[in-house]
Ligand binder design. Structure first.
Ligand code: AMP
Length: 596
C-alpha cells in the first residue's frame, strides 16, 4: 500500500490509499479512467443498446426482449430467494412472458399509456413483473416502500395520480383500505394473495388476471423522452417530490452499471436495495437486466449470517449494498465473514449514505476486497461519482465523476446565482451539468421546485462536498434539513405534519440525530398544547401515533418535549438550532431567531 500525498482533508491523511490491483483475473470494464472519460459520448453509450425502430427506446425491451431475441432466453434473469427459504428462477424468456401478461392485464383494464401504475410490496416477483410489464405497456411505474404507513402512501398516490396499485392482500388491508375512499383516481387495485389469503373486496387478484392474459405483447413504441418512472423523494418543506424519469434513462443505467459496478453478462449480481428506493429500481431491476446477467432478489430483511449465506451459496460476483448494512456486518465481526466462502466476489459497491473510511478498509479484511463507495440520488437516476475497480481508492471519498458527467463544486452568490469554485479542498454545493440521460425531467405538479434546482447551467444537488487536488469528491453534508436514516431520505416536514395531527401537539420540529449504525435516527421535539402534560405515557403514545401514520421507516425513534420550539422571525421552526442543542454544538447565527 502506498501512502497518499498530504491533502487538507482529514480522511485521506488518516487512511491509506488502497491502490488498484496491479493485475486482474477478470479485466475491468473500465481500465483507463482518463482515456475513457476523454473519449466518452452519450451517443456511443446509446449504441450499446438496441433501441426500437424509428428512434424509439423502451426500458423493458432493453432489459428483456433483446436478450430473448439474441438467443439468451434460457439464461436466468432473476433468482428469487423467498423469505421462507425456497428459491425460484425466472429466465429472461419467462420474465418477458410474465411482463407481457402484465401489459395485457393493463390493456384489458382499459389503462391508458402514460397513466401511472404504483406498487406497494416487498421484494416479491410480482413487483418485478409489474415494473417491466408497465414499461412494456408504455405506462409509468412508481414503486413505494412497503414500510410506509398510510399517510405517505396516500400522499404519493395522490401526487402521482395513481391509476393502478399493485400490492399484497395483507398490505392492502393494513395500509390502503382505510385511505382508499380518499383516492378517487385509483381505479384498480391488483393484489397478490398468498397461501389461501382472501382477495379483499374492491380489489382484483393479480395471479388470476396474469394467468388469463396472453403472454404475447408488442412492446409500446415509446420514445426516449417519454415518461417511464416516478420516484418519490423528500425535501425540507412541503409534500414529497415525485421525480420524473424517462425511458432514455436506461442508457445511463446500462453504461454506469458497466463502469461503476463492472457488470457483465456472466455475473451473479446482488443489489440489496428495495425497489421502493431508486437504487432498487435503477440497479435492482434495470441495469442488471440490460446486462443480461443473473440478478439475486432476496425477499428477507437484513441478517448478517443470512447475507453471507446468500453471497456464498449463490456465488455472487458483484454485490451492491449500503453503509447501514455494512456497519451492521462490521458489528457482527470480520470472523463471521471469513467463515464463509466469498471467493466468487469480484466487486463490492456501496451507496446511499456516507461510507466511513473504516468500512472501506474493513472490506479488504473481511471479504478480501474493499467496498467501493459511489454517489448519486433520486434526481440523477443513476450513479454519478464512483470508486472504480481500476482506480486507487481514497477511503472516505465518493470517488471520481463517471465518464459523461461534468461535476463541480459551486458557491451561492448574493444575486441568487452560483459560481464554480475552481480551487480544490473548498466546501460548496455539489452540482452537475444537465444533459445526462437519467436526469429527472421534473417534479410532478411542481414546476417551480424543479426550476429552483437549476442555476447558471448547473443542477444543484442539495449536498455539500469538496473536491481534492486530484479530482476525488468528498461528502461534507446536506445543504438542507432532510434526514438520511438507514438509507431512507426523510423530509422533516412530513414527520412534523403527522405529529401535529395529534391532539396534544402544538409544535413539532424534527432533526437527524447521528447514530453509529443508521447514520442518523429521526428525533422529534414537540411542545404541547395547554392542558397536556409531558409524560412517558404521552411520549409512547406520540411515538405510536407517528409510527402508525408514517410507518416504521419514517417515524421518529425519539421524542423530546420542549416548552416552545425556536422559530425564525418569519415563523419557521429552527431545526438547525434544535440540532445544535441536541449535539452540544455552537448555536451559530441567531440573528433571525424570534425573541420571545
Ligand atoms: P436518495 O435520493 O434517497 O437516493 O438520497 C440521495 C442522497 O443520499 C444524496 O443526496 C446524499 O445526501 C446521500 N448519499 C447518497 N450516496 C452517498 C454517498 N456515497 N456518500 C454520502 N452521501 C450519499
Amino acid at each position: 500500500m502506498s501512502v497518499p500525498e498530504a491533502t487538507s482533508h482529514g480522511y485521506a491523511g488518516a487512511f491509506r490509499v488502497i491502490p488498484a490491483p496491479a493485475s486482474w483475473d477478470v479485466t475491468p470494464n473500465l481500465t483507463d479512467y482518463g482515456a475513457t472519460r476523454a473519449s466518452f459520448t452519450w451517443e456511443a453509450a446509446r449504441a450499446g443498446l438496441e433501441g426500437l425502430p424509428g428512434g424509439g427506446l423502451n426500458i423493458a425491451h432493453e432489459a428483456l426482449d433483446r436478450h430473448v431475441a439474441a438467443g439468451r432466453g434460457a439464461h436466468v434473469a432473476i433468482r428469487w430467494l423467498a423469505r421462507a427459504g425456497d428459491r425460484r428462477d425466472f429466465t429472461y424468456a419467462e420474465l418477458s412472458e410474465q411482463a407481457n401478461r402484465f401489459a395485457n392485464v393493463l390493456a384489458n383494464l382499459g389503462v391508458q399509456r402514460g397513466q401511472r401504475v404504483f406498487s406497494l410490496a416487498g421484494r416479491i416477483p410480482e413487483l418485478y413483473v409489474a415494473a417491466l410489464g408497465t414499461w412494456k405497456y408504455g405506462a409509468v411505474f412508481s414503486p413505494l416502500f412497503s414500510a410506509f404507513g398510510p399517510e405517505p402512501i396516500k400522499q404519493r398516490l395522490a401526487i402521482g395520480d395513481g391509476r393502478v396499485l399493485v400490492t399484497t392482500s395483507a398490505l392492502y388491508a393494513r395500509k390502503v383500505a382505510g385511505i382508499r375512499a380518499e383516492l378517487a383516481g385509483l381505479a384498480h387495485v391488483l393484489v397478490v394473495a398468498r397461501d389461501g389469503e382472501e382477495i379483499p373486496a374492491g380489489t382484483l387478484g393479480l395471479d388470476g388476471l396474469l394467468r388469463a392474459a396472453s403472454d404475447r405483447f408488442a412492446t409500446a413504441a415509446t420514445m426516449p423522452a417519454d415518461e417511464a418512472t416516478i420516484h418519490f423523494t423528500s425535501g425540507t418543506t412541503g409534500k414529497p417530490k415525485g421525480a420524473v424519469h424517462v425511458h432514455e434513462a436506461v442508457v445511463a443505467h446500462h453504461i454506469t452499471g458497466s463502469y461503476a459496478l463492472d457488470l457483465r453478462p456472466d455475473d451473479i449480481f446482488w443489489c440489496t436495495a428495495d425497489p421502493g428506493w431508486v437504487t432498487g429500481t435503477s440497479y435492482g431491476i434495470i441495469s442488471p437486466l440490460t446486462h443480461g446477467l443473473t440478478s439475486i432478489v432476496d425477499e428477507a430483511e437484513f441478517d448478517a449470517e443470512h447475507w453471507y449465506q446468500v453471497l456464498d451459496r449463490e456465488r455472487v460476483t458483484v454485490w451492491y449494498t449500503a453503509p447501514t448494512a455494512i456497519r451492521m456486518l462490521m458489528r457482527a465481526g470480520a470472523d463471521l465473514a471469513r467463515s464463509y466462502n466469498l471467493s466468487s466476489l469480484r466487486f463490492a459497491g456501496s451507496v446511499g449514505e456516507p461510507l466511513n473510511p473504516e468500512a472501506v478498509v474493513w472490506g479488504t479484511e473481511a471479504l478480501g476486497l474493499p467496498f467501493h463507495d459511489n454517489w448519486w440520488q433520486t434526481e440523477t437516476g443513476g450513479i454519478v461519482i464512483a470508486n472504480f475497480r481500476a482506480v486507487d481508492i481514497r477511503p472516505g471519498s465518493m470517488g471520481l465523476p463517471l465518464p459523461g458527467f461534468e461535476v463541480g463544486i459551486v458557491d451561492h452568490r448574493e444575486d441568487g446565482g452560483v459560481s464554480v469554485i475552481d480551487r480544490p479542498d473548498v466546501d460548496g454545493e455539489l452540482a452537475i451539468r444537465p444533459g445526462w440521460p437519467s436526469m429527472f425531467r421534473g417534479y410532478l405538479g411542481d414546476e417551480e421546485r424543479y426550476r429552483k434546482a437549476f442555476a447558471n447551467g448547473w443542477y444543484l444537488t442539495g449536498d455539500l462536498a469538496r473536491r481534492d487536488g486530484d479530482g476525488y469528491y468528498w461528502f461534507v453534508g446536506r445543504a438542507d434539513d432532510v434526514i438520511k436514516s438507514s438509507g431512507h431520505l426523510i423530509g422533516p416536514f412530513e414527520v412534523e405534519s403527522a405529529l401535529l395531527e395529534h391532539v396534544a401537539v402544538a409544535e413539532a420540529g424534527v432533526i437527524g440525530k447521528p447514530d453509529a449504525i443508521a447514520g442518523n435516527i429521526v428525533k422529534a421535539f414537540v411542545s404541547l398544547k395547554p392542558g397536556f402534560e409531558e409524560s412517558d405515557a404521552l411520549r409512547r403514545e406520540l411515538l405510536g401515533h407517528a409510527r402508525q401514520r408514517l410507518g416504521a421507516a419514517v417515524a421518529p425513534k425519539e421524542i423530546a418535549f420542549l416548552p416552545a420550539l425556536p422559530r425564525t422571525r418569519s415563523g419557521k421552526i429552527m431545526r438547525r438550532l434544535l440540532r445544535a442543542w441536541e449535539l452540544g454544538l455552537p448555536e451559530g447565527d441567531l440573528s433571525t431567531l424570534e425573541s420571545s
